[in-house]
Design a protein around this ligand. Structure first.
Ligand SMILES: *Cc1c(COP(=O)(O)O)cnc(C)c1O
Length: 415
């Protein structure tokens, strides 16, 4: 019997049932359309003007006129497309300048630039580890780290989140492997907490491991000069491989790996996401340069951001006018030190969505984070604070969240 006679299902028919599953489980992701730049802590999406607590533009740089002007100038001088991968002919003078300035900023010998932080992690991990090696990866590491680990074909062991004791335990047979790599986010994007870098540095030393830290959410935000959590924690000398991104606090696009000259040379020769991908446009590198300049020249942005963090924390936990204030701390995830990523735990995906849409009705954009980004039953609101916010906007958010909690603990609530 020929396949034609069976009227077989079209090859992609299975998608309908799987998409329906996502709907049923409240996991369907909806693409929203942003109609405004990120300016003044505000955003317009799907026709609605809202205070923006859902971007990674932590320093309010993404729409800065200086970046816009740098891009304008770069495009008129260098055109748009880079035309090739870096090793062929895509690496222009602006890329070169940005790599040098990033290395200077990071206080490392050298730096290698990627079109994204995702690509930077893939290249870094797969360049330094392969079959026969061992990678120790924090359970809550970013997806790009997880994928880099998988692609490396090394043995991967996932240790408990920020659990140095578990990490050490999992290194007990370290000597049956070749190289060993400990890899971690510095500031965890979905939890807002910080890796125990001092302990990891100690374990690196004792077990002869390489230590790689991804500062994506901390670059430009933490540390006296904005280099990240390793700077703030005073452990930079123990970090062998540092990853950062230009796409978050720097308001631009692109990722980078910084470290020794030998490390970056090796990555340029081994990192497939570097070798086989077109270099970012030179104008994007120009934006990165302008952003880096702002980070260096305007520490007041970091300070203002941290003031907002502190005041939101106080507003959400201190006794306030709403009677059910105590409930706030029941949902609020306490991080010490607190960071610009503030988490309100909802549990069920449906509740996170309900909260998010209630806030949206009040003109506050706070995204609900659901599986698979977070474990089942750990859906949450993720508040991203920016130095572009005003104290008034922070207060509005705190009041609205307090009201949500008050409703949650209404008269028919039993717990
Ligand atoms: C966002 C992020 C990345 C990816 O960076 P992009 O530049 O957005 O590709 C990598 N690692 C971590 C920890 C991140 O949060």
């Amino acid at each position: 019997m020929s396949p034609e006679q069976d009227q077989p299902a079209a090859p992609l028919d299975w998608l309908q049932a799987r998409l329906q599953e996502l709907h049923t489980d409240n996991r369907m992701r909806q693409l929203r359309i942003r109609e405004s730049p990120h300016v003044g802590g505000m955003i317009q999406m799907d026709g609605q003007q809202m205070v923006d607590f859902g971007s990674n533009d932590y320093l309010g740089i993404a729409a800065d006129p200086r970046l816009v002007e740098a891009v304008r100038r770069a495009v008129s001088e260098h055109g748009w497309g880079s035309g090739a991968s870096p090793l062929v002919s895509g690496h222009g003078v602006l890329h070169e300048k940005l790599e040098r300035e990033l290395a200077t900023f990071e206080g490392t010998e050298a730096c290698v630039l990627f079109p994204s932080g995702f690509a930077a992690n893939l290249a870094a991990i797969t360049s330094v580890c392969g079959p026969g090696d061992l990678i120790l990866s924090d359970r809550l590491n970013h997806a790009s780290i997880i994928d880099g680990c998988r692609l490396s074909r090394a043995t991967v062991r996932v240790y408990g989140h920020c659990d140095a004791a578990d990490l050490q335990q999992q290194l007990r047979d370290r000597n049956s492997f070749g190289r060993a790599l400990i890899v971690t986010d510095s500031l965890f994007s979905m939890d807002g907490d910080l890796a125990p870098l001092e302990k990891l540095a100690d374990i690196r030393q004792r077990f002869g491991c390489m230590l790689m830290v991804d500062e994506a959410h901390a670059t430009g935000v933490l540390g006296a000069t904005g280099r990240g959590w390793a700077e703030a924690a005073g452990v930079e000398a123990a970090i062998d491989i540092r990853v950062g991104t230009l796409s978050k606090a720097l308001g631009s696009v692109g990722g980078f790996v910084s470290g020794s000259r030998q490390l970056t040379e090796w990555i340029r020769n081994r990192g497939r996401s570097y070798i086989y991908s077109t270099a970012m446009p030179g104008a994007a590198a120009a934006a990165g340069l302008a952003a880096l300049q702002i980070v260096r020249d305007e520490p007041a942005r970091r300070n203002r951001l941290m003031e907002h963090v502190e005041s939101l924390g106080l507003l959400l936990t201190e006794p306030g006018p709403v009677p059910a204030t105590a409930r706030a701390s029941a949902f609020l995830v306490p991080n010490s030190p607190a960071t610009q990523i503030v988490i309100v735990m909802a549990g069920a995906g449906q509740r996170a969505l309900k909260w998010s849409s209630a806030l949206r009705e009040q003109g506050l954009f706070v995204p609900a984070i659901r599986p698979p980004t977070v474990p089942v039953d750990q859906s949450r609101l993720r508040i991203s604070i920016s130095s572009a916010h005003t104290p008034e906007q922070i207060r509005r958010l705190a009041d609205a969240i307090q009201k949500l909690f008050a409703e949650e603990s209404g008269p028919d609530e039993t717990c």
